[in-house]
Design a protein around this ligand. Structure first.
Ligand code: UDP
Length: 241
């Protein structure tokens, strides 16, 4: 029988990953495959928290570049993550995976408000918890949300599922054929070399709280399970090597 390397995980899925080839909105096929992969991991007995991005619908930075007030644009981004979270919850429940959406911005009719101890209780009862609405604060990202919630719930690892890349590279592999893929890095490497893994706020939070990160591609079916089993996929980032 397969034995999971981690007891409790935070899975970060970017909004873009949910858009699929259409590049915008939510692809029903993609969300179904993501839900199936999450179910496989839940069947290993792993406690799963998910942070979903919102970039497939709205990014605060784009709004502010268009002349909008940054905070307002960021709140719109946080609302976008709620839509993605509800779509993922729906897909998980269709597969009979118990799931709760916990939002940082209160909207009682839609989902339960984030209460740390309640979220931990859901996890202990083997319910998947989706953290929606980011941190609830403008000027932050869902990567930072993943780092913050991972620290709060004492997760063993953050699994960062990417849609366009299968790990961390020395340069953008889509535009630079000489880019080298790393298997292991420290957070200091990421920050000092300006590698595009997560934003610096999220990286320092992970570093300070000693939370390891695995960056891998979600486009290959079964990769979330592989990452949970500790198979060498993608790139591992830690405080110390
Ligand atoms: N956002 C925010 N505070 C948070 C999390 C997210 O203001 O704590 C906003 C921000 O505008 C961001 C948008 O929500 O652009 C969508 O999140 P993100 O860009 O992190 O999503 P992803 O790139 O993972 O799809």
């Amino acid at each position: 029988m397969s034995v999971a390397k981690y007891k409790r995980i935070v899975l970060k899925i970017s909004g873009e990953a949910l858009a699929g080839e259409q590049g915008f909105g939510i692809s029903p096929e993609i969300i179904k495959t993501v839900a199936k992969q999450v179910k496989e991991v839940a069947e290993l007995g792993v406690e799963i928290a998910i942070v979903v991005g919102g970039g497939n619908i709205w990014r605060g930075k784009v709004g502010s570049e268009m002349g909008m007030d940054r905070a307002t644009a960021d709140y719109m981004g946080m609302l976008a993550t709620v839509m993605n979270s509800l779509a993922l919850q729906d897909s998980l429940e269709k597969l009979e995976v118990p799931c709760r959406v916990s939002t940082s911005i209160e909207m009682r009719q839609v989902a339960e408000p984030y209460i740390r101890r309640k979220a931990i209780r859901h996890l202990e009862k083997k319910r998947v918890v989706i953290f929606a609405a980011g941190t609830g604060n403008p000027y932050f990202s869902t990567d930072t949300t993943a780092a913050l919630r991972a620290a709060e719930i004492e997760a063993d690892v953050i699994l960062m599922a990417k849609n366009n890349v299968d790990g961390v590279y020395s340069a953008d592999p889509l535009t630079n054929k000489d880019a080298i893929k790393y298997t292991e890095l420290t957070y200091l490497d990421v920050i000092s070399q300006g590698l595009e893994v997560m934003d610096s706020t999220a990286s320092t939070l992970c570093m300070d709280n000693d939370i390891p990160l695995v960056v891998f591609s979600i486009m290959e079916t079964g990769n979330i399970k592989r990452a949970v089993l500790g198979e060498p996929i993608g790139t591992v980032v830690r405080r110390n090597l």
